[in-house]
Design a protein around this ligand. Structure first.
Ligand code: LLP
Length: 436
């Protein structure tokens, strides 16, 4: 996860879809001031071009020099589950990595093919397993023997077969924030490395299961390639061993996790990174394995921003505060992980630049969006919080009875509402008073 960099901050460059022109920020061809005027704030804005560009960067690496597909993209819906965003990826040819019945319903709602869906998660309920088997997903990624038995029982009930893969915990340090590191032996995820072969043998004895693959996911916002190569080596050793025992796997799912540039970091570029890991698998002689990738953040993170209006400037005893109308309920990452997001003034102002903590109106000191930011702003100005397209809206909440923000997708010089702003009345529409 991002550490807090020094001030003045490194400017976030190479953004596709968002740019500054003569002191004014644009989403593709539309000034952000115009979008704020039209749709209000706080407002999530996505660039279609940025989604397409990131997807194309993955696709470039997904083919061999001879033009044969060697890997496919299953967008991790948890990063951004808006139907319009998912639909863009579907149109580009993506499948989806799902972790709940809700995400599965979203994928089916946009008409995704069941064969393009993988269903993961450490605690799938019986209802969700039933839902996934009934839909006919490509694979369930399984994390324990107890879950294998549960899937086998439900498949018997439904008189169907259950395609499964085991999620390996390779005990590799992804060198990221502890909350989003998932491949260490202390993490709750996956099957302990030394238990994996035994678990496959047990799976092979369960009548309704079709063993189709193996998977691992070592964490998120990873900015180094080496941990992936270590994890891949460990997983491929298992594939070799299983083959000797007559358990032939069809696919290898390498999870997601590639980091993005939030300002201070320098992650590998999507195409180079993906080429490196795919070449690594091929070099070990596993060309026949179908490879699945589950990127989330690297497809949408830098394709979205959150714009917010300055309510007040407040000069405290030791700090200046820029109080804005977005809060931790809109973008939780700073409060939860201490995550860094670049913040820029949407329109250059003549105001005196001062160092501010950018904070929201929620009643918690943890409600901050940026610390020690040099900004030239005055009340009513707009700020853009960059790199908010992944785990932004999806992690937002109604804390303090704040309706969730609207979401807009910009395509060239056109803007579309892809989620209306919630109304306050919607917040209690499912609540009931006790009878008198
Ligand atoms: N596959 C699996 C099994 C995952 O658990 C995840 C993310 C992904 C794929 C996608 O990873 P990505 O490419 O987006 O890194 N809320 C946190 C991130 C949590 C990631 C959870 N798992 C954040 O805001 O940084």
């Amino acid at each position: 996860m991002s550490s807090q960099p020094p001030n003045p901050l490194p400017a976030l460059t190479n953004l596709v879809g968002f740019s500054e022109r003569n002191g004014c920020w644009f989403a593709e061809e539309i000034p952000l001031t115009q979008l704020a005027e039209q749709f209000g704030t706080p407002l999530y804005i996505y660039s279609k071009r940025a989604l397409e560009t990131a997807f194309a960067a993955y696709e470039r690496a997904c083919f061999t020099l001879k033009g044969k597909r060697r890997a496919s993209i299953f967008f991790a819906v948890k990063a951004n589950s808006n139907l319009a965003v998912m639909n863009c990826f579907k149109e580009l040819g993506a499948g989806f990595d799902l972790v709940s019945g809700g995400e599965l319903d979203r994928a089916l709602t946009i008409g995704a093919k069941p064969s393009s869906l993988v269903f993961a998660g450490v605690g799938k309920s019986a209802t969700e397993i039933r839902q996934a088997l009934t839909a006919g997903v490509k694979c369930l990624n399984v994390e324990s023997i107890a879950e294998l038995e549960q899937i086998n029982r439900i498949a018997r009930e439904l008189s169907c077969r259950a395609p499964i893969s085991l999620r390996v915990n390779p005990d590799v340090d992804a060198l990221t924030h502890p909350y989003i590191s998932t491949g260490l032996k202390d993490n709750k995820f996956g099957i302990a490395y030394h238990e994996v072969l035994k678990t496959y043998r047990e799976a092979a004895l369960l009548a309704q299961l079709d063993i189709v693959g193996i998977d691992c996911h070592i964490g998120s916002q990873i900015t180094a390639t080496a941990p992936y190569l270590d994890a891949i080596d460990k997983v491929l050793d298992l594939v070799t061993q299983l083959k000797k025992e007559g358990i032939i796997l069809r696919h290898l799912d390498l999870g997601g996790g590639l980091g993005i540039d939030y300002g201070p970091e320098d992650p590998p570029a999507i195409t180079e990174f993906t080429t490196t890991i795919l070449d690594h698998v091929a070099a070990r002689g596993f060309e026949d394995l179908e490879i699945l990738l589950e990127p989330g953040r690297s497809l949408v993170g830098n394709a979205g921003i959150l714009i917010t209006r300055v309510e007040y400037l407040k000069h405290g005893a030791s700090k200046n505060f820029c109080v804005v109308d977005a809060a931790m309920n809109d973008l939780m990452r700073p409060a939860l992980y201490g995550a860094y997001h670049s913040i820029v003034a949407v329109q250059q102002q003549a105001a005196e630049p001062l160092t501010y903590d950018v904070v929201g109106p929620v009643c918690e000191s943890g409600d901050w969006l940026g610390k020690d930011r040099l900004l030239a702003v005055k009340a009513t100005d707009l700020l853009a919080i960059l790199s908010a397209g992944a785990y932004g809206f999806t992690m937002s909440s109604n804390y303090n009875s704040r309706p969730r923000a609207a979401e807009i997708m910009v395509d060239g010089d056109r803007a579309f509402v892809i989620r209306e702003r919630e109304t306050v009345a919607e917040l209690w529409s499912k609540e009931r008073l006790l009878p008198k």
